[in-house]
Design a binder for this molecule. Structure first.
Ligand SMILES: Cc1cc2nc3c(=O)[nH]c(=O)nc-3n(C[C@H](O)[C@H](O)[C@H](O)COP(=O)(O)OP(=O)(O)OC[C@H]3O[C@@H](n4cnc5c(N)ncnc54)[C@H](O)[C@@H]3O)c2cc1C
Length: 287
C-alpha cells in the first residue's frame, strides 16, 4: 500500500458512480471499488421509465451509458470486494476478499441492499467458525471440514482455493446453473437454514440434511453494513444518515439503497452526489 486516497467509494451502482463523478470534478484522488460491469441491478432491469432524460431506456443501455461516462472522465474501477472498513481516527483502512489493504481519508458506502437476512446463528458464530473471507481465514481450516455457501459463480474459485487447504469441502450454491468446479469438492443442492454448535460451529443445517463441519464460509457479493463497517449506526436494515449523507462515523458517508427506501436509481444517484459534496467539505476541514 503506497497511497492514501482522499476518498474510497465502495460500490459501482448509480450511488457509487455518481459520487465518483462528483469527486473527480472536485479534483479528489479517488479509489472506486466494485465490479467493472457496474451493478447487476441496473444491467438486468428490463425497461426503465423514471430516469430523468432517458425515457424507456433498457437496463443494459443505462448501464452502458454509466460506464461510458466513467470512461470519458477517466475514472477507473478497481475490481475488489471489500470485506471490512475500519475507522482509524483520521483515515479508514479497507481490506478486500483478496487480502489487500487500502487507505483513504474518507469513505463513501454505496453497496446497495443485497445482503439479505443472515442465516440462523450466522452473526453469533461470526469469528467462531463463520467467515466471510476464504483468502483471510482458509489457513485456520487446514485438513478440516468446511462448507461454503456461494451466492454467485464468482465464489467457485474461492471454493477451489479452500479445497487446496481444507480436508473436505462442501459447496452449497444458492444460485441456479452449471457449477464449474475442478477440485475434489462435494456440491450439495439444498437450502441453507443456519449454523449450530456449542462454542464453535459444529453443523450446517440445510433444509433436507445436516452437515458436520468445522467452519462455514458464507460468500455473498455484499455483506451487511454492520459487518462491513464495525461501529456503524443502523436504522433497522439500513445505515442511518442525515441529509448530508453523514453516518455516525466521522468521514464515513452512505448513499443509495443502503440508506433506505425508496429503492430508485435517481434517488441513489442524487444521494451519491450529496455524499461526495459532503466528503469534499469534510476533507477541507481535515487538511
Ligand atoms: C430488476 C430490477 C429493476 C429495477 N427497476 C427500477 C426502475 O425501473 N426504476 C428505479 O428507479 N429503480 C429500479 N430498480 C431499483 C434500483 O436498481 C436500485 O434502487 C439501485 O440500483 C440502487 O443503486 P445503489 O447504487 O444504491 O445500489 P446497487 O445498484 O445495488 O449497487 C451496489 C453496488 O455495490 C457493489 N458492492 C456491494 N458490496 C460490495 C463490497 N463489499 N465491495 C465492493 N462492491 C460492493 C455491488 O456489486 C454493486 O455494484 C430496479 C431493481 C431491480 C433489481
Amino acid at each position: 500500500m503506497d497511497v492514501r486516497y482522499d476518498v474510497a467509494v465502495i460500490g459501482t451502482g448509480p450511488a457509487g458512480l455518481s459520487a465518483a463523478i462528483t469527486l473527480k470534478i472536485r479534483n479528489k484522488n479517488i479509489l472506486l471499488l466494485g465490479s467493472k460491469t457496474g451493478s447487476s441491478k441496473v444491467e438486468k432491469a428490463h425497461e426503465i421509465h423514471n430516469y430523468l432524460g432517458l425515457p424507456a431506456v433498457t437496463g443494459e443501455k443505462l448501464s452502458g451509458q454509466f460506464m461510458e461516462h466513467l470512461k470519458q472522465m477517466e475514472i477507473p474501477i478497481t475490481e475488489e470486494n471489500i470485506t471490512s472498513v475500519y475507522a482509524m481516527g483520521d483515515y479508514f483502512a479497507l481490506t478486500t476478499k483478496t487480502n489487500r489493504m487500502y487507505e483513504a481519508s474518507a469513505v463513501i458506502l454505496g453497496t446497495g441492499v443485497n445482503f439479505g437476512k443472515p442465516y440462523q446463528g450466522e452473526e453469533q458464530f461470526l469469528g467462531s467458525g463463520v467467515s466471510y473471507c476464504a483468502t483471510c481465514d482458509a489457513p485456520l481450516y487446514k485438513g478440516k471440514t468446511v462448507a461454503i455457501i456461494g451466492d454467485s459463480p464468482k465464489e467457485e474459485a474461492e471454493a477451489e482455493f479452500l479445497a487446496e487447504i481444507a480436508g473436505k469441502v462442501y459447496y452449497i450454491p444458492t444460485y441456479k446453473g452449471t457449477i464449474n468446479i475442478k477440485n475434489n469438492i462435494q456440491v450439495v443442492w439444498d437450502i441453507p437454514v443456519g449454523v449450530q454448535g456449542e462454542y464453535q460451529v459444529e453443523k450446517l443445517i440445510l433444509k433436507k440434511q445436516e452437515l458436520e463441519v468445522d467452519g462455514v464460509f458464507i460468500l455473498r457479493e455484499a455483506v451487511s453494513p454492520a459487518s462491513l463497517v464495525p461501529g456503524i449506526k443502523m436504522d433497522g436494515n439500513h445505515v442511518e444518515v442525515n441529509r448530508k449523507m453523514e453516518t455516525n462515523l466521522k468521514g464515513c458517508f452512505a448513499c443509495g439503497d443502503i440508506t433506505g427506501t425508496p429503492y430508485q436509481y435517481i434517488k441513489a444517484a442524487g444521494e451519491g452526489n450529496v455524499a461526495a459534496i459532503s466528503a469534499v467539505e469534510y476533507l477541507s476541514k481535515l487538511n
